[in-house]
Ligand binder design. Structure first.
Ligand SMILES: Cc1cc2nc3c(=O)[nH]c(=O)nc-3n(C[C@H](O)[C@H](O)[C@H](O)COP(=O)(O)O)c2cc1C
Length: 204
């Protein structure tokens, strides 16, 4: 089993809240510690797409409702998006890597240009400068030239762009299956083992 570690997960205001929920579920079920940061519109898509009522249910209760009791195997620390005093603002924090899921074109642009103006952008900046894995689950379609160039910029700086493009050769039956495909690819990029989907091993 992989040694439990701390990871940063950021949720921004792109469509695809299911990818965030399945990624959090996978990390927490495996017993890891998660530093969670949500932008204003990241919270909004969790509400709009998956029905999270933040005033009635904590994020952990919501994840348990969506992902089952095994979510409680890990631990989750939520940080305010505008609070730059948190440990994950600093390169000295002991973090195994960061996933931005889903990643909006706006946050992609901010990371590409190193603006560090909120905790998501700062933490991504730190992840890059410390040469830790940074996975951006970018979701927008179609893409303009600015967005395409920003993806090249972050890739050149060391991030991995993991577009929210699930595969269909595993014959997904549910939205959770689609979410698990992206979650599994993101976990692999952090160096974590998982069994979130059946790997392709060739024809028959
Ligand atoms: C319902 C909804 C869906 C959205 N979907 C996307 C999307 O898929 N991709 C994207 O780049 N922006 C999308 N946006 C726009 C972003 O939320 C907006 O650009 C916001 O400023 C992003 O800020 P953030 O990165 O700090 O969350 C969406 C907005 C709303 C309200």
């Amino acid at each position: 089993m992989t040694r439990p570690l701390s990871f940063v997960v950021a949720i921004t205001g792109a469509s695809g809240a299911i990818y965030a929920v399945r990624t959090l579920r996978a990390l927490l079920a495996a017993g890891h510690h998660v530093h969670l940061v949500m932008s204003k519109y990241g919270r909004y898509v969790l509400h709009e797409e998956l029905g999270w009522e933040a005033d009635r249910e904590s994020i952990v209760e919501f994840l348990v409702r969506k992902g089952g009791e095994e979510v409680r195997n890990g631990s989750l620390e939520e940080h305010g998006v505008n609070d730059l005093t948190q440990s994950i603002s600093s390169g000295s924090s002991r973090i195994g890597g960061m996933i931005v899921v889903p990643c909006s074109a706006k946050t992609l642009a901010a990371i590409a240009h190193g603006t560090s103006s909120n905790l998501i952008e700062r933490s991504a900046d730190v992840t890059l400068k410390e040469r830790r894995p940074l996975v951006l689950v970018v979701r927008e379609t179609p893409m303009n030239l600015i967005q395409l160039r920003n993806m090249v910029t972050v890739a050149e700086a060391g991030a991995t762009v993991l577009p929210a493009m699930p595969a269909f050769y595993q014959k997904p039956q549910t939205f959770d299956d689609l979410g698990d495909f992206i979650a599994g690819r993101a976990l692999s990029l952090l160096g974590l083992d998982h069994e979130l989907f059946e790997r392709w091993t060739g024809p028959n």
